[in-house]
Every structure is written in structure tokens, then in C-alpha cells.
Ligand binder design. Structure first.
Ligand code: SAH
Length: 493
């Protein structure tokens, strides 16, 4: 049994241990405030069970949850109890651990990044600071401060020499502020509220203790939110960093295949974009038979091997591996890669590409291959089915005996309703190949009217034009970095 914190919302703030345990769990009992995608790494046969509380509609009482935990653990299951933030900070993890201990069940506690520290941090507010706060208190704002039996000592809180961080306090904020001021905390002291901290839609407000409740109401700050009182709130002016990232506030759709999306999505997120993955294509490897099987069996006969995508490289090596061979099979050949991504994938398999053109289109590869002697020699072009004929044609024209072999097919990936909706609200829609454009058009989904269309290069742009999409931004360098640069430059127009 594992009591695990999932952090405040940004999936990147999940701990390594939490991811390990999620991947191994037989059953996962989770709450509402876990990060989006937190369960993606779970086994497909794992039992996933929501046990959170919805306001107004209780799913399970705490006692029922405790009993369920004990029951599953007794059944010998590997159970992860996954909670937002840290399990022991206003997460009732303490009560669940007591129930487990009482039942004699062994358990492990995995702390998480707590919202009371993380949400302020993402808003540019350090909860302690040598000049501004030597202590920090985590306080529940859930209690009705008007209740006579409130557990909170408002006089002590008002006197507390440091930052006060309130969890669950946004609805009670007017009362909290009144109580603190009534007990002697200065109404002019800085205060802040951070809604959906570390999520793409994070919002933060800064005001005075006296003014924060009205401000939160005016700006309609909603749970989950952290409220914070203390001089450190003022530091947001200087330290705010999230909003200053170049793509902050931009929703960017990535249409390339899910398996290939992570590099581009990661770069965009790092720059502050909210990335929505709307894959329109999927890579389907060809079975290792027919001309592909032959090409792999006689790979040593080729004077030149051309690879035109990272997918192609990994599938070629998968084929070699299945035939009991490895990188050494390519030793006699000159190896050409269409661009740095393909070259990097080759390098991962221990092969340094001999030829990589400056521009990453087939025409440039043709040019770069001019010094390579191909006349009367065997050449392998291993790539996607239905690729353009530019490269094999040019090599044949130079007298080469070209085997143009398909390693994979690019097939349509149907878009879900949620993905269509995400696509429609994107500020930017990125296309990294002609096939992403074509399959999007065929799916009938359309970018929103105001969306800017970003293309990786002229070939993709031409396909977009054929399908009635006007390209607003075309990468100068026809690779992922070039596309990200062009998009970033466009957003700061
Ligand atoms: N165990 C959690 C807290 C659970 S109590 C933790 O350690 O973070 C739930 C409260 O946490 C919410 O009412 C809100 O005050 C706060 N909270 C959780 N996630 C938040 C987020 N992403 N941004 C701001 N506050 C959050």
C-alpha cells in the first residue's frame, strides 16, 4: 500500500517514485485534484478508481475510503492511494495511514509537492525570504471562521511572524481577512491568491489583506486556490516568471503522431504554451516480409542507405534486430539522413550519418548526395510508404539501382470529440508533415477561425494550401527547432 502525493497539477512536478509506483500498481485510488495525465503510465489492466469528493456529491466517505484501502491491501493487491499535492498536507493522508496501521498493513508514504508552496512559486512568490518572512504557516481556510468552535486561534495567526498560506480558503476569504484584521494583522499587508496553480490556466492576484477579498470576488477567483498573506506577496512584481515566458497564454495544437509528439510538445511547454495533442496520424510499421525483408537481409550490398525520418531509422534498426543483426550491418554503406532529427536517431543506434543536408527537404538531400558515387551501384531508400519520388528518381537518373522500400505506413488517427474541441480553441495549429495536414482535412476537423497555421516547410505548406488552409508561419529551418523558433517569433509580433 502506498500513500502517494501527485503534486499540485503540473505533471512535471510528480516525483520519480510516484511514477514508478503508478506504473506498477494493481489498483489506483485517486482524488479529483491529481494532475491531468497522472494515470497515463498505469498498467492497462490496473483498476482505476475515483474516490474523491465532489462538492455536493460525496463519492465515498472517508471511512469508506479507509475501509476500501484496507480491503484491497488485504487482498494482496499493490495499491496506490494517489492524492493531489502532498498526502499529509490537508490531504487526510494521516487518517488513512492510521487506518492502515490499525489494520496492521505495511505501507509507504511518498510526499508530493504541496500546492501551498508550488502555487505561490509558480506565481513568483517565495513563501519564505530572508528579508520578508522567516516562517511560514499552512492553515486550513475550510473552517467557517464564524463557528464558535473554530479550531483556529485567530489571535495567534494574526501575530504569526511570517507568511500565512491558506488552503481551501477562497470561499471564506472575506471572513478570513476580517478575522485577521480584527485580531490585529495590518490591513495594508500584501496578500495574494493563486487559482489553479501550476496548471496551464493559472491566475494570480495581489492586493492588500484589506482588499484581497473584494479583488478575488471581482476577478472571480475559484477553487482550487491558495491564498497567502505576508510581505512576500509583493515580490511577485519582480519574480513572476511564468507569465513572462514567450508562449505564455498561447494554446498550441500538435497534430503529429502521438508517439512522436513529445519532443515538440515539451519544447512548446517549456516556452510557456498550453499544448494540446491532437494527433491526426499514426505510424503503422510494415511487417518484416517481402521487399523489406529482402532489403534487410542484403543490407550489406548497398553502397548508399538513405533515411528520411527518425521513425524510419528506428524501424530499420528494429528490422535489423529481428534479423539478428545490428549497426555493423551498415558498415560498408554510406549513410545519409535527411535532417538532424534523423541523424540523431541514427546516432542513438551507434551510426554517424555521412551526409546530412543543410536544408531538410528531399531536394537538398539530392544535392548533398552529389559527391557520393552511385552510378551502377545499389542504393536503399528506406522510408514511409507514399513518400515523394524526388529522391529515388534523382538517384536513378544518376544511374543508381534504387530499392525504394516502405518501412511504415502513415494512417489516419481519428480525433476524439475532446481533441476536436481542443483544436478549435487553439491559437496555433502546427503541421510537421504533409500527412498531418491531409489527414486533418480528411477528418473534417478544422482549426478555429482565428488560429494561426504553422508549417514545418514548403512541402507541408503546399499541401496545406491544397486543402484550403492558409499558412501564417513557415519554419525557416525545416525541423522541430525551426518550427518552434518561427512560432515563437510570430507570437511576439
Ligand atoms: N494535499 C494537497 C491539498 C489538499 S486540500 C496539497 O498538499 O496541495 C485542497 C486545497 O489545496 C484546495 O482547496 C486549494 O486550496 C489547494 N490546492 C490544491 N491544488 C491547487 C492548485 N493547483 N492551485 C492552488 N491551490 C491548490
Amino acid at each position: 500500500m502506498y500513500l502517494v502525493g501527485a503534486g499540485p497539477g503540473d505533471p512535471g512536478l510528480m516525483t520519480r517514485r510516484s511514477l514508478e509506483l503508478i506504473a506498477a500498481a494493481d489498483a489506483i485510488l485517486y482524488d479529483r485534484l491529481i494532475p491531468p495525465g497522472a494515470l497515463e503510465g498505469a498498467r492497462s489492466d490496473a483498476e482505476l478508481r475515483y474516490v474523491g469528493k465532489e462538492p455536493g456529491a460525496p463519492a465515498l466517505t472517508q471511512e469508506e475510503t479507509n475501509e476500501l484501502l484496507v480491503e484491497l491491501a488485504c487482498a494482496g493487491k499493490r495499491v496506490v492511494r494517489l492524492k493531489g499535492g502532498d498526502p499529509f498536507v490537508f490531504g487526510r493522508g494521516g487518517e488513512e495511514a492510521e487506518a492502515l496501521a490499525a489494520a496492521g498493513i505495511r505501507f509507504e508514504v511518498v510526499p508530493g509537492v504541496t500546492a501551498g508552496v508550488a502555487a505561490p512559486a509558480y506565481a513568483g512568490i517565495p513563501v519564505t525570504h530572508r528579508d520578508a518572512a522567516s516562517a511560514v504557516a499552512f492553515v486550513t481556510g475550510h473552517e467557517d471562521p464564524a463557528k464558535p468552535d473554530t479550531a483556529l486561534d485567530w489571535d495567534a495567526l494574526a501575530r504569526f511572524p511570517g507568511t500565512l498560506v491558506f488552503y481551501m480558503g477562497i470561499r471564506n476569504l472575506p471572513l478570513i481577512a476580517d478575522r485577521l484584521v480584527g485580531a490585529g494583522r495590518g490591513p495594508g499587508e500584501p496578500a495574494a491568491g493563486v487559482e489553479r496553480g501550476t496548471h496551464p490556466g493559472q491566475r494570480a492576484i495581489v492586493d492588500t489583506l484589506g482588499g484581497i477579498a473584494a479583488r478575488a470576488q471581482a476577478e472571480e477567483v475559484r477553487p482550487p486556490a491558495i491564498t497567502l498573506v505576508g510581505a512576500v506577496a509583493e515580490l511577485r512584481d519582480t519574480i513572476a516568471w511564468l507569465e513572462r515566458r514567450p508562449l505564455h497564454g498561447q494554446v498550441v495544437a500538435v497534430t503529429r503522431a502521438r508517439a512522436q509528439a513529445s519532443g515538440l510538445a515539451g519544447r512548446l511547454r517549456e516556452l510557456g504554451a498550453e499544448v494540446v495533442e491532437t494527433p491526426t496520424i499514426r505510424i503503422e510499421p510494415r511487417p518484416l516480409e517481402g521487399e523489406l525483408r529482402e532489403a534487410i537481409d542484403r543490407i550489406g550490398d548497398y553502397a548508399l542507405v538513405c533515411l528520411t525520418s527518425p521513425n524510419g531509422v528506428s524501424l530499420l534498426f528494429a528490422g535489423l534486430g529481428a534479423a539478428g543483426r545490428d549497426a555493423r550491418a551498415l558498415a560498408p554503406a554510406t549513410v545519409a539522413a535527411i535532417g538532424p532529427g534523423t541523424a540523431a536517431e541514427l546516432a542513438r543506434h551507434g551510426v554517424r550519418a555521412d551526409v546530412v543536408p543543410e536544408r531538410f527537404v528531399a531536394e537538398a538531400l539530392v544535392e548533398a548526395l552529389e559527391p557520393v558515387a552511385v552510378e551502377g551501384r545499389r542504393v536503399l531508400v528506406a522510408r514511409a510508404a507514399e513518400a515523394r519520388d524526388v529522391l529515388p528518381d534523382a538517384l536513378r537518373a544518376r544511374g543508381a539501382e534504387v530499392d525504394d522500400v516502405a518501412l511504415y505506413d502513415t494512417v489516419a488517427e481519428p480525433l476524439t470529440e475532446a481533441e476536436r474541441a481542443a483544436l478549435a480553441r487553439a491559437d496555433y495549429v502546427t503541421f510537421t508533415s504533409s500527412s498531418t495536414v491531409r489527414f486533418l482535412a480528411e477528418s473534417g476537423a478544422r482549426p478555429g477561425a482565428g488560429a494561426r497555421i504553422v508549417s514545418i516547410g514548403p512541402v507541408t505548406s503546399a499541401t496545406a494550401a491544397e486543402h484550403g488552409l492558409t499558412v501564417d508561419v513557415e519554419a525557416e529551418r525545416h525541423d522541430i527547432d525551426g518550427l518552434v523558433d518561427a512560432l515563437t517569433a510570430d507570437s511576439s509580433r
